[in-house]
Design a protein around this ligand. Structure first.
Ligand code: PEP
Length: 244
């Protein structure tokens, strides 16, 4: 199974920078690669990626199919723009936009219904981690965010401890392995084909630590924020990805 290297650009870069970054990205056969630019640049990115094995993803979608949802983007629109992936339930949306797991689930239903692969993010806050509540939080988010009937064909889970995102504080290898093993065990009963669902790690992955993180047990790949904005760094991370 190929590892998945996913770049979450968040609300960064302009059109010229999008062109520059994509022109310098180098896909490798060993890993699957997806980049998730902001909505306004999906069309541009799609054209720049013609002929490239790098796939296109979005950072969110609306659960409804169409209608009076000012500012939102539907799953069908993402497919229309060439997306094959969508990130859902990122902690910046769970926290900043008060998104509940129930809403994440509704978005996942809509996205999968349109043929998108969903990357569902879960993770505990620093407070929850310190209180020893990590597993309880992960289990709750898993149970409440994953629609019935998904399988490794369209479901990816990203374990992203909130305290590790954009902080430079990566979770320890032991913490990552333990969380991934816990998630893998809990997926039984929550989806089909649970042993093949890719479980990614996200949280301050960079060009220096990627190889070590990608070499950990049960590692399906990485979700990368900051380091996905620099071609050299992201290319190094892509090269560290492997076919397990
Ligand atoms: C993210 O945005 O999902 C993320 C992991 O960010 P960073 O790599 O910057 O910590």
């Amino acid at each position: 199974m190929k590892q998945l290297i996913a770049g979450n650009w968040k609300m960064n870069l302009n059109a010229a920078q999008t062109v520059d970054l994509i022109e310098h990205l180098k896909a490798e056969d060993a890993a699957d690669v997806v980049i998730c630019p902001p909505f306004p640049y999906l069309s541009l990115a799609r054209h720049l990626l013609v002929g490239s094995p790098i796939q296109l993803g979005a950072q969110d979608c609306q659960a409804a199919a169409s209608g009076a949802y000012t500012g939102d983007v539907s799953a069908a629109m993402l497919v229309d723009m060439g997306c094959t992936y969508v990130i859902l339930g990122h902690s910046e949306r769970r926290q900043g936009h008060k998104e509940t797991s129930e809403l994440v689930l509704a978005k996942a239903v809509a996205a999968v219904g349109q043929g998108l692969n969903v990357i569902i993010c879960i993770g505990e806050t620093d407070e929850e981690n310190k209180a020893g509540a990590t597993e309880k939080v992960l289990l709750g988010q898993l149970k409440e965010s994953i629609p019935q009937g998904l399988s490794a064909r369209n479901l990816v889970i990203a374990y992203e401890p909130v305290w590790a995102i954009g902080t430079g504080r990566t979770a320890s290898n032991e913490e990552i392995v333990a969380a991934h093993a816990f998630i893998r065990a809990q997926l039984k009963g929550l989806c089909e084909d649970p042993e093949h669902v890719k479980i990614l790690y996200g949280g301050s992955v960079n060009a220096k630590n990627a190889a070590e993180i990608l070499g950990l047990a049960n590692m399906g790949g990485v979700l990368v924020g900051g380091a996905s904005l620099k071609a050299d760094d992201f290319n190094t991370i892509i090269r560290a990805g492997a076919c397990e």
